[in-house]
Ligand binder design. Structure first.
Ligand code: AQP
Length: 327
């Protein structure tokens, strides 16, 4: 049995990319492995958040995890900010990481470019907090989307360095990325990944989009002028839509290509919108039911956070001893 760990930032409405890249593999992993799954609210504030919206997004993310099948009796489900050992370990790791290592991070460079002068130190330091999240729990495997691979590799480097300098302390984790669906692209710009904080809501399918909204988003998704439905990496728009269709309708690329021989993008998009509706509507019913019981969600997070604090504290006791601050 391996230890798996996944987390998502409540920085907006979770989208189909988050589901395909992170939530679905996490749900699968909890059958045969030990899973830790949490809401990384301290990651979300690396870009400014409105307090009321952040609170709601934490509850939304929790309801989504549960509705997707995360079972709090099997999985340690909690809220990052309730476990102060995460920020404590991040500080200690900050004192081992090089500026140049963080300057290389693609996600930081992309987000910093978008924010111009307004880049927060927390955004730069985000990968170190993520390394702390992972290393605190002796994690073996981190199922992530392609965009987070570089961050998991940094966590590996920091674990190896710490073990070398202070003695064997951390398990060296490995990223696990889905071959299909590890990088779902934006509907409005298939050259960039689907993202919660994209400039336009047309970029993503939120897991909470209603039928009409998701239909409009799919119908206006960017494709090309070739008109042939195919998985063809030289045509990223249609390839992204075929990938999504294949995952939600559980059909192979070959089957989808055969089904649309002689038909245009219009027919294909209509069917994709329908497949997404069939997939998302029952899920939304469950999410809404969870959201009607806010107190229950808070209770689940609080109970998980107590257990996570105990586990994290056991690791921090060792870490403090290793670096020499424990008297
Ligand atoms: N487009 C994507 N395709 C596949 N997987 C994805 N993930 C994110 N986008 C895609 C995976 O979802 C998990 C949670 O991601 P996150 O919320 O921690 O942060 P992120 O990777 O920065 O995701 P977003 O949606 O783009 O958030 P914002 O816009 O706030 O930065 C991770 O496993 C991630 O790989």
């Amino acid at each position: 049995m391996s230890k798996f760990l996944t987390a998502i930032q409540p920085s907006g409405l979770l989208h189909l990319g988050n589901y395909i890249g992170a939530i679905e593999p996490a749900v699968e992993s909890q059958q045969e492995n030990e899973l830790r799954m949490f809401v990384v609210d301290y990651h979300a504030i690396t870009v400014p958040q409105k307090p009321d919206e952040l609170r709601q997004n934490i509850l939304n993310a929790t309801a989504i995890y549960l509705a997707c099948g995360i079972d709090p009796n099997k999985t340690l489900l909690f809220q990052q900010s309730q476990v102060p050992q995460h920020t404590e370990l991040a500080w200690l790791l900050n004192c081992t990481v090089r500026m140049s290592e963080l300057e290389r991070m693609t996600q930081y460079k992309d987000k910093a470019k978008a924010r111009g002068e307004n880049v927060l130190v927390g955004l730069f330091d985000y990968p170190v907090l993520m390394a702390a999240d992972i290393l605190l729990y002796d994690t073996d495997v981190v199922p992530v989307g392609e965009d987070q691979k570089q961050h998991v590799e940094l966590a590996r480097d920091l674990a190896i360095r710490f073990n070398r300098d202070f003695g064997e302390t951390f398990v060296v984790p490995e990223p696990r990325i889905k071959k299909v669906g590890g990088r779902i692209m934006g509907l409005d710009d298939p050259m960039k990944k689907m993202s919660k904080s994209a400039g336009s809501a047309k970029n993503y399918i939120s897991l909470l989009d209603d039928e009409e909204t998701l239909r409009k988003k799919i119908m206006s998704a960017s494709t090309d002028s070739e008109g042939k439905v195919a998985f063809d990496e030289s045509r990223p728009g249609i390839t992204n839509l075929v990938t999504i269709f294949s995952i939600v309708a559980k059909k192979s690329f070959e089957q989808i290509e055969l089904d649309y021989v002689g038909k245009g993008y219009g027919d294909f998009k209509k069917d994709l919108a329908e497949a997404l509706t069939l997939f998302l509507m029952p899920l939304q019913t469950k999410i809404k039911t969870y959201l009607e019981h806010e107190d229950e969600l808070i209770k689940i997070l609080n109970a998980g956070s107590i257990r996570a604090r105990e586990e994290a504290e056991r690791k921090m006791e060792i870490v403090r001893k290793r670096i020499g601050v424990k008297l």
